[in-house]
Design a protein around this ligand. Structure first.
Ligand SMILES: Nc1ncnc2c1ncn2[C@@H]1O[C@H](COP(=O)(O)OP(=O)(O)O)[C@@H](O)[C@H]1O
Ligand SMILES: Cc1ncc(COP(=O)(O)O)c(N)n1
Ligand SMILES: [Mg+2]
Length: 551
């Protein structure tokens, strides 16, 4: 089984942003020669409408029940899609009287009227993905299947909602057979929780990951392309583990288990996020990972919310709107463009030139470094921590992220922006566990396999090198341009090139034109010099020239 801890918050947030296709961009019309001013204005107006039509918004249709407390159901689906940049239309199958205590009543919408709503939406709007939640009767499941046959969509996400997190029944046993016989074979993914998986398989008991895998395999035989058995309600588990099965391979998706009462609507949100990501064009594994990361982050940010008096509260789908980075205009903790000029300090060089770490960092920032890593291999811990704390202050005030090489403890103690690890340091997934979802993690990689692992482990970027021979790192094989190209092409993450890079050769590295190669990391070319700020400024202007000539 492949074990896949989740990509970090920043990586996931990057996916939450509306994709280019989702952003309505208005093209300036090219008016034909001889067209009068007023008709050109008209032409512009038409062109705006036309180009808006050409740029469809990723569209999810949720077919689900209304939750009066707005934590789950239709309300959760719309909030989740909005947070991830997808449009969400809604066909309501039932209205529930529900709160944080439980479900007090259910009023099913007549099957015929569910069909009418489906026709209204599907015949008019270009829906990319249909996501189903509460389908209260076998009749509604049948009506949905008929509509989907008539109006096919790109993907179908089936959350077989039967029992709410509060334990209330939302869809009776009569629907089970129709789910199994008709809907599942049309589904791209089915996402039962453990209780639902058990019911679908005739009340088998599920206690372990291996039980979840067996259940996923059995449900897969009913026809969907993927099965995700969700482990939110698995007792005695310190992690929140879900199992994805694609017919060949099991992938264990492991996330932090957030200690909170606010888990009402986690299942609805997860399925809607998967649908939104698929609508934006993600692969299934990416969609599931991003969705799980979103739920984890939302729970984390809402863990202390108190809404309602019952045991199960709702969580905040729009937690990003409250984050300071959002208010400062940036949704992401990590911006891959920050890798542009990556300054890595070296204790030996600082000593040689009689500089403190703090002065070295100040000078690099003054010269225009866009991210800084403290790589102090020989420093005493106490002394290093003091210096790191001072550097955090300097970097914060300049808006430059500060990473710590290898020392997760120091990064935690000084509240750095993240950690960079090598292949023999702590594994990135373990670092993620310790740092939480919001920090930046970088991993040094020399091979496509290492790059793949870094992505699976939840890293934000990889450092690839040595591109040229270097004296900074002993016994460091040189990859050359070919090695760098191979790793970049294989990497799903942004890459920064490292190893022997200086003002003389940085341009040639960037000229490789690899789309995910975001910048260069330098040690000696900045710090084994007398004037750090001037060297940084010089390198920056070389990189800028290269960037402009390529754009
Ligand atoms: N306390 C928690 N911390 C982190 N993730 C959770 C927590 N509870 C549930 N999840 C995640 O939320 C998603 C929905 O799972 P689950 O709650 O099992 O589904 P449902 O809401 O359908 O019962 C899964 O990805 C699960 O791992
Ligand atoms: C209308 C409606 N639909 C679905 C759920 C499931 O909620 P959860 O996501 O917590 O399992 C619910 N409680 N109410
Ligand atoms: Mg739940």
């Amino acid at each position: 089984m492949t074990s896949v801890p989740l990509p970090p918050l920043s990586a996931a947030l990057a996916q939450y942003r509306p994709s280019a296709a989702a952003t309505l961009r208005f093209r300036t019309p090219s008016s034909a020669p001889g067209v009068s001013a007023s008709s050109s204005t008209r032409a512009r107006r038409f062109s705006v409408i036309a180009s808006a039509r050409e740029m469809p918004w990723p569209h999810v249709l949720t077919v689900a029940g209304s939750d009066s407390s707005a934590g789950a159901g239709i309300q959760a689906d719309i909030k989740a899609c909005a947070a991830l940049g997808a449009y969400c239309s809604s066909v309501i199958t039932a209205v529930t009287a529900q709160n944080t205590v439980g479900v007090q009543g259910i009023h099913a919408v007549p099957e015929k009227f569910v069909g009418e709503q489906l026709r209204s939406v599907l015949s008019d709007m270009s829906v990319d993905v249909v996501k189903t939640g509460m389908l209260p009767s076998a009749g509604v499941v049948k009506v949905l299947c008929e509509s989907l046959r008539k109006f096919p969509v790109k993907a179908l996400v089936v959350d077989p909602v039967m029992v709410s997190t509060s334990g209330d029944t939302l869809s009776g046993p009569s629907t089970l057979a129709t789910y199994r016989d008709e809907l599942f074979s049309m589904a791209d993914i089915v996402t039962p929780n453990v209780k639902e998986a058990s019911k679908l398989l005739g009340d088998v008991s599920l206690h372990t990951i291996s039980d979840m895998c067996n259940a996923a395999e059995s449900i897969y035989k009913l026809g969907p392309k993927y099965v995700l058995v969700k482990g939110g309600d698995m007792p005695d588990s310190s992690d929140a583990i879900d199992v994805l099965f694609d017919g060949k391979e099991f992938t264990e998706l492991r996330g932090l288990r957030i200690k909170t009462r606010n888990t009402h609507g986690t299942g609805c949100t997860l399925a809607s996020c998967i649908a939104a990501e698929l609508a934006k064009g993600a692969t299934m594994l990416h969609a599931v990972q991003a969705a799980k990361k979103f739920v984890e982050s939302a729970l984390y940010h809402s863990k202390d919310l108190v809404i309602g008096n019952g045991p199960q509260g709702p969580f905040d789908h729009h937690f990003e709107l409250k984050s300071p980075s959002y208010k400062m205009g940036s949704l992401q903790k990590f911006n891959p463009d920050d890798l542009f000029l990556y300054a890595v300090t070296d204790s030996g060089m600082n000593k040689k030139w009689g500089r403190s770490i703090k002065d070295a960092v100040k000078a690099a920032i003054e010269g225009g470094a866009t991210i800084v890593q403290l790589r102090e291999k020989d420093a005493e811990t106490r002394e290093f921590l003091e210096a790191a704390k001072a550097c955090v202050e300097i970097c914060k005030s300049s808006g430059v992220p500060l990473l710590i090489n290898d020392r997760v403890d120091v990064a935690l103690a000084c509240d750095a922006d993240g950690v960079h690890v090598g292949q023999s340091d702590m594994p990135a997934w373990e670092v993620r566990r310790l740092l939480g979802p919001g920090k930046i993690i970088g991993v040094s990689c020399k091979t496509p396999a290492q790059a793949e692992q870094a992505w699976k482990d939840g890293a934000d970027y990889i450092g690839c090198g040595g591109v040229f021979p270097t004296t900074t790192k002993a016994n460091n094989p040189t990859l050359g341009f070919e090695g760098l190209r191979t790793v970049c092409l294989a990497s799903k993450l942004p890459v920064v090139a490292i190893g022997g890079i200086n003002a003389g050769n940085a341009g040639s590295v960037m000229e490789l034109g690899l789309p995910n190669l975001k910048g260069v990391a330098v040690v000696s070319a900045l710090f084994d010099r007398e004037r750090v700020a001037a060297e940084t400024r010089n390198l920056r202007s070389i990189l800028m020239k290269n960037a402009y000539s390529r754009s």
